[in-house]
Design a protein around this ligand. Structure first.
Ligand code: KG4
Ligand code: ZN
Length: 336
C-alpha cells in the first residue's frame, strides 16, 4: 500500500509517499518547497502570497514526487491531506488537489489534522512509542499539551492563552532586528551567549493548570530593550538570545513534565517547529523521568512525511472520507 500525502497548511508545500506494509512502513519520498526566503522580506507569512506560491509549486512537486518514487499513479492507494488548522487560502490548495486526485484516481482519501501530523512525526523514526503519552506541540501557531491514550485518541489538557511558543521566538527576534523566522537564528546566537544574563519572566510556570501564555513575555522583553541603549543590545545580542531561549524553553519543559506526571504517562513526545530547538531537546531529555521522543529536526518543522505517517494509522482504523465531503477547516481543533 502506498500513501501519497500533501501538506499546505502555511508557507511550505510538502509531498510525501509512504510505503505501508502490515506492520512496517518506509518513507519513499519527502519533498518540500519552502517559501521562507519570500516571506522573510515581509517579516512574517503573508497568507495571500503563501497561497499563490502553493498553487505554483504543488503540481510540479507532485510530478517530481511520483518520478522519484518510480511508482505509477495507479500504484498510489491512498491520498492523505492536511485539512486544518492553518491559513485557509493555503489549506484550500492541498485540499482541492487531494479531492481531484481522489476523484480521478478513484482512491480513498484521509483527512489529517495538522497538529496530529506533528505528533505522528515521532513514528517516522520510532516504533516503540508507548501509550498513554503526553505530547507537546510547539510551533509557530500552536502550543498544546495533548494526552493520547491510544492511536487517534486525543485529549487537550493545555494550550496557549495567547501567543504560541514559536511566535514568542519570532517576536523576540523581530525586536532584536533578526529575520523571520527568528527561532532558528536565536538558537544559533544563543549557543555563544549566557542564559543567565537576564532573568525574563516565565509566564504561568507555576500555575495549577497546563496552559501557557507568551504575550506578556514579549511585552517584558520589549520594555527591557527600551530601557537599554542600542550599543548595549548590539553587544549583548548573544546573551539576550540565550536568556530568551532559556525562559521560553524552561516553561515548555517544566509544564510538559508536570502534565506527564499528573497523567501518569509512559512516554513524552515533543514536536512542531520549536522542537527543532537543540536546547529544548536536551533539557526535556535531561529533566524528564519518562522516556522522551522528539523527531529529527527535518520532521519537526512542517513537512508531508508526518501527514503520511498520521494517515498510516488512520488507514488501519479505516478512517476514510469521500472526496465530496472533504473540506478545509482553518480552525480545526485536536482533542477538544
Ligand atoms: O511547525 P512549524 O514549522 O510551522 C507551524 O506549524 O507553525 O513551526 C515554525 C516555528 C517558527 O515560529 C520558528 O521560529 C520555530 O518554529 N522554530 C524554532 C526553531 N526552528 C523553528 N524555534 C526555536 N528554535 C529553533 N531551532
Ligand atoms: Zn506546523
Amino acid at each position: 500500500m502506498h500513501i501519497l500525502a500533501l501538506e499546505t497548511s502555511c508557507d511550505e508545500t510538502g509531498i510525501a509517499i509512504l510505503k505501508a506494509l502490515p506492520k512496517k512502513y518506509q518513507l519513499l519520498v519527502n519533498l518540500l518547497a519552502s517559501q521562507a526566503k519570500i516571506h522573510k522580506a515581509f517579516g512574517g507569512v503573508v497568507p495571500e502570497v503563501a497561497a499563490r506560491k502553493q498553487m505554483e509549486y504543488i503540481t510540479p512537486l507532485l510530478i517530481s514526487a511520483l518520478k522519484k518514487s518510480k511508482l505509477a499513479w495507479s500504484q498510489i492507494d491512498i491520498i492523505a491531506v492536511t485539512v486544518g488548522p492553518g491559513l485557509i487560502p493555503s489549506l484550500i490548495v492541498g485540499v482541492e488537489t487531494a479531492r481531484t486526485l481522489s476523484y480521478v484516481l478513484k482512491k480513498p482519501l484521509i483527512a489529517v489534522n495538522h497538529l496530529e501530523a506533528h505528533i505522528y512525526a515521532n513514528w517516522l523514526t520510532s516504533s516503540n512509542i508507548k501509550f498513554p503519552l503526553m505530547a507537546l506541540i510547539a510551533s509557530g501557531g500552536h502550543t498544546e499539551l495533548i494526552l493520547m491514550k491510544d492511536h487517534g485518541k486525543y485529549k487537550k489538557i493545555g494550550q496557549t492563552l495567547d501567543d504560541a511558543a514559536g511566535e514568542a521566538f519570532d517576536k523576540a527576534g523581530r525586536l532584536l532586528g533578526l529575520d523571520y523566522p527568528a527561532g532558528p537564528i536565536i538558537a544559533k546566537l544563543a549557543k555563544k551567549g549566557n542564559p543567565s544574563f537576564f532573568y525574563f519572566p516565565r509566564p504561568l510556570i507555576d500555575s495549577d493548570d497546563f496552559n501557557f501564555s507568551f504575550s506578556g513575555f514579549k511585552t517584558a522583553f520589549l520594555y527591557y530593550l527600551k530601557s537599554k541603549s542600542e550599543k548595549f543590545i548590539d553587544e549583548n545580542k548573544e546573551n539576550l538570545c540565550a536568556s530568551v531561549q532559556q525562559a521560553i524553553v524552561e516553561v515548555l519543559v517544566e509544564k510538559t513534565i508536570k502534565a506527564a506526571r499528573k497523567y501518569k504517562v509512559k512516554n513524552i513526545l515533543a514536536s512542531g517547529g520549536v522542537a527543532a530547538n537543540y536546547f529544548l531537546r536536551n533539557l526535556l531529555k535531561k529533566k524528564s523521568p519518562f522516556p522522551v521522543f522528539i523527531p529529527p529536526v527535518k520532521f519537526c518543522t512542517d513537512n508531508a512525511a508526518m501527514v503520511a505517517q498520521a494517515a498510516y494509522f488512520k488507514a488501519q482504523q479505516r478512517k476514510f472520507i469521500n472526496w465530496t465531503k472533504l473540506k478545509a477547516d482553518p480552525d480545526l481543533v485536536l482533542g477538544e
